[in-house]
Structure formats: C-alpha cells, structure tokens
Design a protein around this ligand. Sequence first.
Ligand code: PLP
Length: 221
Amino acid sequence: MNIIKNLSLIKEKIPASVTLVAVSKTKPNELIMDAYDAGHKIFGENKIQDLAKKYEDLPKDIQWHFIGHLQTNKVKYISSFVHLIHAVDSLKLLKTINKEAKKHNRKIAVLLQIRIATEDTKFGMNEDELEQLLINDEFILLNNIQITGLMGMATNTDDENQIKREFSLLKTIFNQTKNNYFVDIPVFKEISMGMSSDYKTAIQQGSTMVRIGSSIFGARN
Ligand SMILES: *Cc1c(COP(=O)(O)O)cnc(C)c1O
C-alpha cells in the first residue's frame, strides 16, 4: 500500500474546498503516521476504544473525527479532544455530548445524521424527526454543542442514479434546514457525504466533507 500516493491521487480529485477525512479505522498507527508525515492531519475512527487509544499515542495536532454510532455511555472517553462527531441522531445523545463538553469547558461540533438510504438501518433521522429535534425546547438550551451540518450515507449499491438521488436529497434537506433554522449561523455549513466508492458523486451533489478509508489505506480485513 502506497498511502502517500493514494492520498495525493485523492487530493487531486477533490476540490480544495472539500474536507478529506482519512478514515483510519482498524489501521495501525504506523500507517496513520505515513499520512501524517505527508501532511495530512484529519482522521476518522468509528470505535471509541480505538479512537481514545490512537489519540493518546499519536501527535496532538491531529483532528480526530468520530464517524461511528456513538453510545451515550461512551461519550466521556472522547469528549475532551474530539474535533467533530459525524453521526448524531437523537436528543438523548446530544444532551449527553453537551453535558460532557461542559465538563471540559468546550463546545463540541456535531453533524446530525439523516437517513437517506433505502437500506434497513436504525441510524439517522428522517426529515420529520429532524424538524422535531430542531424545535425542541431542550435542544435549544444545549449551549455546549455546535451543530455544524448534516451527514448521510447512501445505499450500498451499484446503481449510480440511486446514489445520486440520495445525495441530492441530503443536499435539499441541508438547504431547507439552513434556511429555516441556521440562516444566521455561518458554522452550519457542512454536508458530510461520500466514501471510497461514491465520493465523486457526493461531491457533484454538494458534499463539503468526504470520509475515505479503503482508497487510502487499502481494504480492511
Ligand atoms: C468506514 C466508513 C467510511 C469509509 O469507508 P471506505 O469505503 O473505506 O472509504 C466512511 N464513513 C463511515 C461512516 C464509515 O464507517
């Protein structure tokens, strides 16, 4: 695996305005350091224990993104340092993140996960649930979280048109949410969508942040 070459090939293909989260889950520190030494500082993990350990062992100027499903009882292990939590889909979790952020006297940036895939998945909110959350009084009182955008995952399919439609839907929901709730909040600007197999389509549909693992670090076992 030539990580440095993979990274530079991907960077050539994505506009400078799109943030690349290098998804290093299951990969050892040596490989992360290859990318780091080549100048890349933004990495994503989906397991709390792995993220906490890697944070401890690796340079402190890395921006760590948590991209997995987060359980409320584990927020405390990453709340002092996590840069962005990508996949938040409940008020309960937001309240926990807020509480833990407060202990560290910081604001934690989060993306709300929207369910755009047709696949059967428990994760992510539909438009209605998103709306109910954003008008909830308890939500409005959470001062130690910063909602910086939305995140979604397309169906795992070869049907390019379906993937395109799903990403386009997320962009539409983002625009509506921005206009209705975040129009004066410039930090609400991210649409995290696109992985190794579909990031080009995601960028065409308005992604501002892609999460790419196997195309950089190779297949996972
Ligand atoms: C693993 C993972 C990715 C990266 O997937 P690749 O296909 O390896 O690029 C992106 N997003 C999430 C949420 C993931 O869990």
